[in-house]
Design a protein around this ligand. Structure first.
Ligand code: DMJ
Length: 588
């Protein structure tokens, strides 16, 4: 009646039909205004910077062009799978794939109903939160998973809402350029490449135009924690003197792909200037071949600090070298050089063999600090470091280095071991293991393990080691657990998936299923999946958090390991660090 009074009969009928059409286009409906589940955006004044038209204050003299020429035929990455599949194995595989898809559909449905357009769904209370700029991170991050899982109606109906996202402004004081790049830009590019829907490329360009202004500094190094409003208002910008290696070095795949798709080299130019600094300074650091976790973007100086790791805050910079080589069709040799020198140094200085009760021949990536020219390795184990298994294995295949495939296998084995060792069947966020004196052979020594627990615990040294172990809830082999959470991260299943596709060994699928069932058992809620506070208990308490990478990465890799191996083959696609697949160029 209200519609009728306000707009007249014909408009009201048209509006009613439009509404019905919209309702039918998706089985899951977003909440109405005023509904407590609706994600109400903050009431700050909304601006809308036109990034494409905003003048660049520090233009480059000439743009670095994309390499031209025919892409090389790269070595085969995937195992030559048998066309015929055993009927029982197929049944099990399909049933498992179905379970993963069901888990995804529950999260998607509730995100749509309770947190539509928010960055994240609160999986316990319902409603949404916006830690990533309020640009619907979960929606954009999940698009290619929808496509890959064949949920095409949802994919298609979500595009019109994506078109309405305003990248011209954010309520955040500082935008994380790295996260926006890997989640939003990466997500849109992959969704476009999979579907061919031009509206997604247009949106990717909008994100690219915005992020390009983070590079508008005198030395063209990007500002990674970026005051978007200052940039939008035309203020001068300077790169920071304290920058995380991962945040400055992991913009390359997305920017390169955007340049290729748009035929505009400006994004490739922007990241190539970072690559040039990495290359120039690679041999001048305290561990030549690697760069410290903290670098100086202002100078730029990527050599001074003394902490090195393949894990958090550095990770994807290393991950992207081999992947960039593939994405460039092998036409840019610099990425092979960056990969091979950094991996040689990382193997020597950051990998260690943990001591386990079954004397497993496994490897983990720890934290290296250089003191008085001596490298000291702290045998840390981060869930984040598990990606390194896949990185070495992929790099090994791409550059034909058998040793790297073996290293990749051993790191992935360590992650599978850590999942199994934990009471909840899930690896904790950060812990320490006992480092074997040699990587070549190592025999379990219970006394030595207990002594190290005492030493690490510091407090309560007077207690018997058994008491310490019980109090600290340490599985055998662990010497401390600093962060007991599991925040739905993907790195372990990511490497397990890559190992499966590379070797064809079904044991990786079995390991994946154990991981999936353990994760589901502890994290599943009525609305989705929740991060865990403490995986060192059998029944871990939950947090009201479901990061967008759960649907973008973790569930995608679980789904793909139970899919036909030709579905998103590693010979045709290369995943960005948020698991968004980009097409690999092929020679014609
Ligand atoms: C994701 O956003 C990406 O995988 C990133 O490289 C690391 N952190 C999360 C997942 O753990």
């Amino acid at each position: 009646m209200a519609l009728l009074r306000r707009y007249g009969l014909y408009t009201a009928i048209a509006a009613f039909f439009l509404y019905m059409l919209y309702s039918l286009s998706s089985p899951y409906q977003p909440p109405a205004p005023g509904d407590k589940n609706r994600n109400e955006k903050p009431k700050k004044p909304v601006k809308n910077y036109d990034w494409k038209k905003l003048p660049v204050k520090n233009p480059v003299e000439s743009l670095i062009p994309l390499p031209t020429g025919e892409p090389k035929l790269l070595p085969k990455i995937q195992f030559e799978f048998d066309e015929k599949e055993d009927a029982t194995a197929k049944n099990i595989r399909l049933q498992r794939k179905g379970e993963v898809k069901k888990a995804f559909e529950k999260c998607w449905k509730n995100y749509r109903v309770k947190a539509w357009m928010a960055d994240e769904l609160k999986p316990i209370e319902g409603g949404g939160k916006d830690p990533f700029g309020g640009w619907a991170a979960t929606l954009i991050d999940s698009m290619d998973t929808l496509w890959i899982m064949g949920i095409k109606e949802e994919f298609n109906s979500a595009i019109k809402d994506i078109e309405n996202i305003n990248f011209g402004w954010s309520p955040l004081d500082k935008v994380n350029v790295f996260e926006t790049n890997i989640r939003h830009l990466g997500g849109l590019i992959a969704a476009y490449e999979l579907s061919g829907d031009k509206r997604l490329l247009e949106k990717a360009k909008e994100v690219g135009e915005m992020l390009y202004h983070a590079f508008d500094t005198p030395n063209r190094m990007p500002i990674t924690r970026w005051d978007l409003n200052a940039a939008g208002e035309g203020k001068s910008q300077v790169a920071d003197d304290t920058v995380l290696l991962a945040e400055i070095g992991s913009l390359s795949m997305e920017f390169t792909k955007l340049s290729k798709l748009t035929k505009d080299p400006k994004w490739y130019d922007a990241i190539t200037r970072v690559t040039q600094v990495l290359e120039k300074q690679q041999d001048q650091t305290k561990i030549p071949g690697m760069w410290p976790i903290v670098v100086n973007g202002k100078k730029p100086d990527f050599t001074s600090d003394s902490g090195f790791s393949l894990a958090a805050m550095a990770d994807s910079t290393y991950e992207y070298f081999a992947k960039m080589y593939a994405l460039m069709g092998g036409l840019d040799p610099v990425y092979e050089k960056l990969y091979s020198k950094s991996m040689t140094a990382a193997i020597k200085h950051t990998l260690y063999r943990p001591m386990t009760p079954d004397n497993a021949d496994i490897l983990m990536a720890g934290f290296a600090r250089v003191q008085d020219s001596e490298v000291k390795l702290d045998p840390e184990m981060q869930h984040l470091a598990c990606y390194a298994g896949g990185m070495f294995a992929l790099g090994g295949k791409l550059f034909d280095i058998t040793e790297h495939v073996k290293v990749g296998r051993k790191i992935t084995d360590a992650c599978v071991w850590a999942y199994k060792a934990s009471p909840a069947g899930i690896m904790p966020e950060v812990s320490h293991l006992y480092k074997c004196p040699s990587n070549l052979n190592c025999t379990w020594n219970e006394e030595a393990w207990k002594e190290q627990i005492k030493a690490r615990a510091g407090v309560g040294k007077e207690k018997a080691p058994e008491q310490n172990i019980a109090n600290l809830r340490l599985p055998e082999g662990f010497t401390s657990i600093e962060d007991r959470r599991y925040i739905l991260r993907p790195e372990a299943i990511e490497s397990v998936f890559i190992m499966y596709r590379i070797t064809g060994e079904q044991s990786w699928q079995a390991a994946a299923w154990d991981m999936f069932t353990a994760i589901q058992q502890s994290t599943s809620t009525d609305l989705g999946n929740a991060a865990l506070i403490d995986v060192s208990t059998k029944d871990p308490p939950k947090m009201d958090s479901m990061e967008s990478f759960w649907m973008a990465e973790t569930l995608k890799y679980f789904y793909l390991i139970f899919s036909e191996p030709s579905h998103i083959s590693l010979d045709d696609w290369v995943f960005n660090t948020e698991a968004h697949p980009f097409k690999v160029p092929k020679p014609s």
